[in-house]
Ligand binder design. Sequence first.
Ligand code: PLP
Length: 413
Amino acid sequence: MHLTKKQGRGIIDSMKDLSKRFLGDESAAIRLGEIAKQKQALGERVVSFALGEPLEPTPMQAIKAGVQALEQGKTKYTPTQGVQPLRQKICDWTKICTGVVYEPHQIVVGNGAKHSIFNAVLAVVSEGEEVIIPAPYWVSYPNIVLAAGAEPVFVDTSKTGFKMTAESLHKEITKRTKMVVINTPNNPSGVVYTQKELQELAEIIIEHDLYVLADEIYGGFVYEGKYTSVASIEGLKDRTILIGGMSKDFAMTGLRIGWSASNPQIATACTVMQSHTASCPCSVSQEAAFGTLSDTKQASAFVENTRLQYDERRLLLMESLDKLGMEYVIPKGAFYILVSIKQFVGQKAFGVEIDSADTFANLLLEKAGVVVVPCEPFGIDNYIRLSCTIGKKDIIEGVKQLEKFLSELETVV
Ligand code: PLP
């Protein structure tokens, strides 16, 4: 039987609801991206501070190793956990970056850090349990927790320097709490937990027998102070699932290689999870990652060079925001700046009243050709996120446009 389009639509509309597993969607970011594209198609200049990835080219060692893998026919399934030589390199790299020693059987390579986080949460957390997430947070954590049938419990950090404290963590712990997420350096706030702060959290975590999901994929990008890995804190290594990856350090976001490092029992559970969802990480990308991590001196130099560039851009952006009188959280790590728009809420521009970061971001794009990320989906109202990965010329131009836009704002009487 052939259906007309209308009949088909009617059937779809009358079918049972789809899963409610995920919280919201990426609609704000997608909508802004669509508007930006339309503007560009009309020949208008758009400056985007929305990117969550490095713009640098992927290291040549990765490209060469990936091409060679294809030519050598490495296009079949690999072991579920990832190939052993890569897991060994990940252990070497993790030791250099964090000082923590793992064995290859403790590493599970996934298709990106996001996939590794998904595996880890689903492997450790059961239905009805709770996972504590400090807000603001990277958008995917609550959604992944919900996919596990568990409940995300948020800790407000806005009054404690955007960091979860031992006290604020303790307040949220119940009998059902299974895991706590620590993302250091943090996306979107850029805060970096100190060793002392982590030690204080560790006391509570150990006392309540919790697991820690330590997402440290921005560990290579610390500008002030020192990066301390959660797994390096006494008593935490065995209860921590340490997440790392190639996306941010090596500008390899599209190649999708991330990993978890954990105690062997959790690693086995993550491997089982992965065996039923992805079978294995992409074979060619594993070779590209192996090629990149083979020469650890070269790998460290690549990350350091990027870090220095981002530090310059971070300082330029901070200085520009200071001149505009905008308040922000000083980013000590990662490559974003979390900027407050509280002072503009209630004001009007181009006939529209600013009532949220979402409205601010939409208007800024429409009227000034500047893309920023409204942070409601990151668990914080009235903040936008700007990425420091774009070049200095673009930063200067974007800030100029932002300044013009702000000059249009007027207080509603
Ligand atoms: N964790 C955080 C905090 C992120 O910001 C991102 C990406 O933006 C990821 C994990 C995912 O990284 P990947 O590209 O390796 O999946």
